[in-house]
Design a protein around this ligand. Structure first.
Ligand code: PXG
Length: 458
């Protein structure tokens, strides 16, 4: 779908299209960047520019762009059965096959799945499901779900309430009742006086404090992203998740891993909980489940919960028109074929992940970078005003935006969250493309340092 000039696209866009998470008026003044096609790890815009996509779309295009197998799977399924629902005692082969495949791929406590159209919807399902579980267990007072500040769990009323972003809560009367937020495990900002291991335990202890404050008999579950993605690639110390799991088990509350970003290979394991060594009762999946080629979300329901819902629950009054959409499920199956047959998850763990991390960490020597951190194919750089004292810039977000704009202008998508620069490239990225990513990132850090007059930068 081409044939218009950039200016024509932009005029039509600003007249009619309300973009997500966007200041509409400001975008209309600037004009959107129009991406017309993509191949491998590269985007091509309407000006003919080729841009290395360091974010895999929005953390999702794990197998890279232009995979014919996925297009063909969608085409075949659309001809065979483009849509049918799974309500009213119906089912269809793609959803059944995908459910069984996910039960095989996920950790052993999972044998059942509930499908949705997105990660936000999946988290809304989880709110309903965990509250229902405790009703059925004869403890209807257990309604509260504990989450974390700066978490991202989606943008529906339920998902945004679980999330801990204050800007989102300030619009539309959020969060809904029964959601609490504790400190995020952000060692670089909050752990100054402690080692990472000590800080991980202290951050986890906030959960126990919160449970005690609310009353354990009122708490249903704790939810967290193994690594906070949209919040700025916050990677908890190794001590954090085992301690969170210990606290959840001590109080008998459910543990939910939101694997929307970490799932399907990002950390070098299939799921982030496997990287950090904990066993959730429920998992949220989306994004990498189809590599973004189709919208699909899912809730993996652990046996502890599933057995109660199935054996004692009766009808669960919940579902979506597109729960288990046949085309999305067929594409997910083809996507999982690629991940498995090409050994992409092992490749992240053993080859390209360590290679990227080595290059990425070399950026820590840059005068602007206070910390370079990462796992597998996810990474972050903290841009700071003063490295030894970990002093952030006063007007947080300004310098990150300058850097992000230089990246776009120089052919690299690297996101800024406040002044944290983040990457999450497709899992198929080659060594030469990693070199290009790191070189471009370094060049843009130099340009940013020059713009803000940082002494010692080139
Ligand atoms: N959980 C997590 C951990 C996510 O990252 C969702 C749930 C919601 O998924 P849907 O499919 O409803 O978007 C997400 C989505 C960003 C950004 O700015 C991140 C997401 C979405 C939009 C923007 O990094 N993640």
């Amino acid at each position: 779908m081409t044939g218009r000039t950039t200016a024509q696209w932009q005029a039509l866009d600003s007249s009619h299209y309300l973009h997500p998470f966007t200041d509409f008026k400001a975008l209309a003044a600037e004009g959107a960047r129009v991406i017309e096609r993509a191949e491998g790890v590269y985007l091509h815009d309407s000006e003919g520019r080729k841009i290395l996509d360091g974010m895999a779309g929005l953390w999702c295009v794990n197998v890279g762009y232009g995979r014919r197998e996925l297009a063909e799977a969608a085409y075949r399924q659309m001809q065979e059965l483009p849509y049918y629902n799974s309500f009213f005692k119906s089912a269809h082969p793609p959803a059944i096959e995908l459910a069984a495949r996910l039960a095989r791929l996920t950790p052993p406590q999972f044998s059942r799945v509930f499908f949705s159209g997105s990660g936000s919807e999946a988290n809304d399902t989880i709110i309903r499901m965990v509250r229902r579980y405790w009703d059925l267990m004869g403890e209807p007072g257990r309604q509260v779900i504990i989450s974390r500040e700066n978490a991202y769990h989606g943008s529906t009323v339920g998902g945004a309430s679980l999330g801990g972003m204050s800007a989102m809560h300030s619009q539309g009367g959020l969060p809904i009742p029964g959601i609490e937020h504790i400190e995020q495990p952000y060692w670089y900002e909050n752990g100054i006086d402690l080692s990472p291991a000590e800080y991980g335990l202290r951050a986890a202890s906030r959960l126990a404090e919160c449970i005690e404050r609310i009353g354990p008999q009122r708490v249903a579950a704790f939810i967290g992203e193994p690594i906070q993605g949209a919040g700025g690639v916050i990677i908890p110390p190794e001590t954090y998740w085992p301690e969170i799991q210990r606290i959840c088990r001590h109080y008998g509350i459910l543990l939910i891993a939101d694997e929307v970003v970490c799932g399907f290979g990002r950390t070098g394991r299939w799921f982030g909980c496997e990287h950090f060594g904990f066993e959730p009762d429920l998992m949220t999946l989306a994004k990498g489940i189809t590599s973004g080629y189709q919208p699909l979300g899912a809730v993996m329901v652990g046996d502890r919960v599933a057995e109660v819902l199935v054996e004692q629950g009766g009808e669960f009054f919940h579902g979506y028109t597109y729960s288990g959409h046949p085309v999305a499920c067929a594409v997910a199956l083809a996507n999982l074929d690629i991940l498995e047959q090409d050994g992409l998850v092992d490749r992240v763990r053993e080859d390209i992940g360590p290679y990227l991390q080595e290059g990425w960490r070399s950026l820590a020597e840059h005068p602007l970078v206070g910390e370079a951190r990462g796992v597998g194919l996810i990474g972050a750089l903290e841009l700071v005003a003063h490295k030894p004292s970990r002093t952030f810039f006063r007007d947080r977000g300004r310098v990150g935006t300058i850097c992000r704009d230089h990246c776009f202008a120089n052919g690299l998508v690297m996101r800024a969250v406040r002044d944290t620069m983040i990457i999450s490239p497709p899992l198929v990225i080659s060594r030469a493309e990693v070199d290009e990513l790191v070189d471009k990132a370094r060049r843009c850090l130099d340009l940013t340092a020059r713009d803000i007059g940082l002494v010692g930068a080139s």
